[in-house]
Design a protein around this ligand. Sequence first.
Ligand code: PLP
Length: 406
Amino acid sequence: MDKSFPLSGWGSVAVHAGHKQDPNYAHLVPIYASSTFVFDEAEQGMRRFSGQEEGYIYSRWGNPTFTEAENKIATLETFGIEKNGVALEAKGILHASGMAAITTLLLSTLKPGDKILTHYSLYGGTEEIMSKVLPTLGITAIIADLRDISNAEEAIKNDKAIKMLYLETPANPTIQCVDLEKLCELAKQNGLLTACDNTFATPYLQQPFRFGVDFIVHSTTKFLNGHGTAIGGILLGTDLSFMKDRVYKMAKTLGGNANPFDAFLLINGIKTLELRMDRHCANAMEVANFLETHTAVAKVNYTGLSSHPDHSIAMKQMRHPGAMLSFELKSGFQGGIDFMNKLQMCTRTVSLGTCDSLLSHPASMTHYSVPKEEKEKYGITEGLIRMNVGIENLQDIINDLQQALT
Ligand SMILES: Cc1ncc(COP(=O)(O)O)c(C=O)c1O
């Protein structure tokens, strides 16, 4: 039923956005486990293929369960944003993973000879695409410390081949942040595209479109799904005709499409995003305060702490600094291993965004094979522990950390 009032609360939008009445009156969107969709008559097939009639054809190209997830996330990423007095709209394309969404983005926007300007401390898979895959296609990534805008200005001034600014803020695993407003302004002045990986923040904590970003990617595997039940990704853009034409055609040709069951899990996970994030964030702030005063801890990287160099950028562009933090143990590599082995409630694993607190030791896990000097350049020291603070009761999280630190 059409509402006589717009939904004003973020949580209400997260619950209801994207939902369409099911023709069979199912309460929740059904899992449309169908690879293909039938035509009433040959002419209808012709109309659908030629774009004269809207409708599903083949699930690599689109599926009603994907559509609900795509519209829900697009609504959340644009909620409350206006451009020239009109509500901003975005189109989302759901993918099999965050990496699939990033691949579609890069291949639909860049061509041989182009360069992409990005920063240190990107998610490892993204960094690998930049350093190993793009060069085979004649596309080069320039890496600079974009927390200092003058580095971006300098790079852009000196290289007319730069076509896109690719940002990840907060970045994985160091939680470094870059200034979306200033970098988007610079990109617009120079006719460059901008893309932002918003996985760590989610649209609840940060809406990159508000600052003029052109494309957003997410690993929906993380906080959006929220329960660690499926791998997924989404690519969103505000240039609707470019998204519907070039990007959509690239996505359906590359074939990194989502699947209906995972889309269903994602839709239902997003409904509780606001509640979960509020609890994740409140716990993270307290855990950071606890760790900062602990004698076994040399340093805490959490942008909610005023001691963090990116504190003011995070506070400027995020509702809250989030649920991710990292800390350095004074006891180095072996100390990291011992600490991880002592955890009793928190989970030893590499992902993030689930209800339970997840901890990993990059030096012995994700970054084990990266040379020491490289790791240090990215801020990954031997005793660094990355933590996704979960939604358990705070005292239990602190009790577990406390006993593991002694
Ligand atoms: C910030 C960020 N972006 C992208 C990805 C890739 O997502 P996926 O594992 O869903 O392909 C990850 C995965 O950890 C990530 O942390």
